[in-house]
Design a protein around this ligand. Structure first.
Ligand SMILES: Cc1cc2nc3c(=O)[nH]c(=O)nc-3n(C[C@H](O)[C@H](O)[C@H](O)COP(=O)(O)OP(=O)(O)OC[C@H]3O[C@@H](n4cnc5c(N)ncnc54)[C@H](O)[C@@H]3O)c2cc1C
Length: 411
């Protein structure tokens, strides 16, 4: 491997200090005590736990519990943490990263671990108290506004909109949850699963409305005051939560020659098409051996494990990422867990479904040909490790036996 400085130390630059980037930095340092490691982020905070933000919003945990590492942790490991620094361009021929501040960072090996940013509501009219929910700073701003609010509206049909809905309701706000589609996670769940989520949300006092968009956001004194839906209904609110998807932070790579689609395209070792440039976590669209093509993931354990694997490969290894990522969160008093490839990442999968109304348990398994590739579980997790094994072992499951596999998993 080339060494870039006069002292012969290898220069690693990592853009993004989320769990993927920070884990990679930590593992590189463990293996190479002499290397220069620059870990930069456009946020003002060292690594914090994004999946702890929902319980923080519900005030079930204190702010200290959200922090994972402080600045001292980085200093002790000689990891140069550069806060509030935005990478605006990469030149892989010169092996340089350019920052908004005007600084240039030369590198020998580069990691893009820039995650995603929440999509804004296009017609929010610049009103205050309309919030995305992606960062610690978003959470602090939402917390302050919860204290001043009686009613809230949430728009979106995916996890972030659910997290906002649950948090607002659990903090005692009158909460209306609007979705453009026919149900929560419209591709992952089908009608009966969606109806179960609605029943659970309704039991917790949430008003759930499907098939609507926000036609107009109205305000008073520059602050949101009510929302008008596409079917003409008006919902007063002092807080509007927006969970309408994320855009991967890879636009700054335009023109660099680093290949992207929705994120940086990588092989199974998380290498981009450009030598010396890697990607990990939410900003990697990596080759998934279970479905046989690149997929996008947005889960904490996927980003963590990417960080570990990519570090080995940045150090010169050739370690393929071979895992079944799981996204698990509360569903009011219940729980939901999605694992592996779902129709969200892989629209062509086929599915079988099981529902037990009494115990509010539901599962849907996804298949590609004779192999199971993923699933979603609401309620009891019985049989989950076996399902992961079937995916990992690539066990052949004839089409006629899919229902049997599903039935056995809940016995
Ligand atoms: C509210 C919330 C709840 C979640 N709950 C769950 C859950 O229950 N379970 C689960 O599995 N997953 C959950 N997730 C998803 C999970 O948190 C992410 O998949 C994971 O954090 C991704 O980590 P990452 O390191 O790839 O990216 P990120 O954590 O997004 O980190 C990327 C960092 O790079 C910075 N950056 C971006 N562009 C630049 C640039 N040009 N220059 C410098 N810095 C840049 C970003 O600001 C950010 O700090 C949740 C996410 C959110 C927002």
């Amino acid at each position: 491997m080339s060494s870039g400085t006069s002292n012969g130390e290898h220069r690693y630059v990592i853009i993004g200090n989320g769990i993927a980037g920070t884990t990679a930095a930590e593992h590189i340092r463990k293996a190479d005590g002499a290397a220069s490691i620059k870990l930069l982020t456009n946020e003002p905070h060292p690594l914090y736990n994004r999946i702890a933000l929902p319980p923080f919003l519900k005030q079930k945990i204190a702010r200290q519990k959200v922090t994972i590492h402080n600045e001292a942790w980085h200093a002790e490991r000689n990891i140069d943490l550069m806060l509030e620094q935005t990478a605006v361009r990469v030149d892989p021929l010169a092996r340089e990263v350019y920052l908004a501040s005007g600084a240039t960072l030369p590198y020998d090996t580069l990691l893009i671990a820039t995650g995603g940013r929440a999509n804004p509501l296009p017609n929010a009219n610049g009103l205050q108290n309309v919030f995305n929910f992606q960062t610690l700073d978003d959470s602090l701003a939402i917390l302050a506004q919860i204290e001043r609010s009686e009613s809230a509206v949430v728009i979106g049909g995916s996890y972030i909109s659910y997290e906002l809905t649950e948090a607002f309701r659990s903090r005692g706000l009158q909460t209306t949850w609007l979705m453009r589609g026919p149900r929560f996670l419209r591709r992952v769940l089908e009608a009966e699963g969606g109806a179960l989520v609605d029943r659970i949300a309704g039991r917790h006092g949430v008003q759930v409305i499907h098939g609507v968009e926000i036609a107009e956001v109205r305000g008073q004194d520059g602050k949101v005051s009510e929302v008008v839906t596409s079917d003409g209904r008006v919902f007063p609110c002092q807080l509007l939560g927006v969970g309408v998807g994320i855009t991967r932070n890879v636009d700054f790579l335009a023109g660099s020659g680093i290949e992207t689609s929705s994120a940086v395209l990588t092989d199974q070792c998380l290498r981009s098409n450009v030598p010396g440039v890697f990607a990990a976590g939410d900003s990697a669209e990596y080759y998934d051996p279970y479905v046989g093509h690149p997929i996008l993931m947005g889960t904490w354990d996927n980003a963590t494990n990417h960080g570990k694997i990519v570090a080995q490969n940045m150090l010169g290894g050739e370690v393929p990422y071979d895992d079944v990522p799981t996204y698990s969160t509360t569903l009011f008093h219940n729980r939901i867990m999605a694992f592996g490839a779902t129709p969200e990442s892989n629209p062509d999968v086929e599915a079988v479904m099981w529902l037990d109304e009494a115990s509010e348990s539901y599962r849907r398994l996804f298949f590609q040909g004779e192999r199971m590739v993923g699933g979603v579980i609401i309620g009891q997790r019985k049989g989950f490790p076996k399902l992961i094994d079937l995916i990992k072992q690539r066990t052949p499951i004839p089409v006629a036996e899919r229902e049997q596999v599903l039935a056995q998993s809940v016995q």
